[in-house]
Design a protein around this ligand. Structure first.
Ligand code: SAH
Length: 215
């Protein structure tokens, strides 16, 4: 299939599974319509790449379901001048979607092999505003804090205190929390000394490892 076929499939997918399931932010819809998901899962067919489900990637990890990527991204209410931290680079797909919407993305991955592959792919796709780091993302990226948004794409038992500390006043953090296999997607908004916590709905992510994740 050609690049045009992929674009047509992507447009149909966004209309059915992303806009069709309630995502409204036009910038998020544009990013989802632009990032070529098929490049992040090169071993599967185009139809599979645009199925609304998570898919396996290297190191026993997964690329998230497209709807979940859009849902988390919309919940962050991102502006073009924002700096965003992502925990769990994985394939780099969520980082690419974020990078279309903000000034700078900082993404941390536990597995060096995944980080390297994602870095090469995003460079190849022309992204210049994403910085990669290998390490324990449950501790955030202290040197670059504070962030306007933090997107955690692996599930933690609780919201890691380090990440809350690294959120700017007025900033938003989305994170799946709960059990190892099934969780709630939680939005934390920092307003001065207050943290406003909203449960957005159920979800299923691979576990966040590390000091403030599942040890
Ligand atoms: N955002 C990814 C999906 C990632 S799956 C995408 O768009 O493809 C979750 C990722 O979190 C996995 O790659 C896993 O290795 C990583 N991870 C788990 N615990 C981590 C930690 N403590 N620090 C950084 N990355 C972690």
């Amino acid at each position: 299939m050609s690049r045009a076929d992929a674009a047509a499939l992507r447009a149909a997918h966004v209309s059915r599974c992303i806009a069709g399931r309630g995502i409204r932010d036009p910038r998020v819809l544009h990013a989802m319509s632009t990032v070529p998901r098929e490049r992040f899962v090169p071993d599967v067919s185009l139809d599979t790449a645009y199925a609304d489900c998570p898919l396996p990637i290297a190191c026993d990890q997964t690329i998230s379901q497209p709807y979940i990527v859009a849902w988390m991204t919309e919940a962050l209410a991102l502006k073009p001048e924002h700096r965003v931290l992502e925990i769990g680079t994985g394939s780099g797909y969520q980082a690419a979607v974020l990078a279309m919407l903000v000034d700078a993305v900082y993404t941390v991955e536990y597995h060096a092999a995944l980080s390297k592959q994602a870095e090469e792919l995003l460079k190849d796709l022309g992204f210049t505003n994403v910085r990669f780091r290998v390490g324990d993302g449950s501790l955030g990226w202290e040197a670059e804090a504070p962030f306007d948004g933090i997107c955690v794409t692996a599930a933690a038992p609780e919201v890691p205190p380090s990440l809350v500390r690294q959120l700017r006043d007025g900033g938003r953090l989305v994170i799946p929390t709960g059990g190892r296999f099934i969780q709630d997607l939680v939005l934390i908004e920092k307003r001065g000394n207050d943290l406003v916590r909203t449960t957005l709905g159920g979800c299923r992510f691979v576990p966040l490892r590390g000091k403030e994740g599942w040890r």
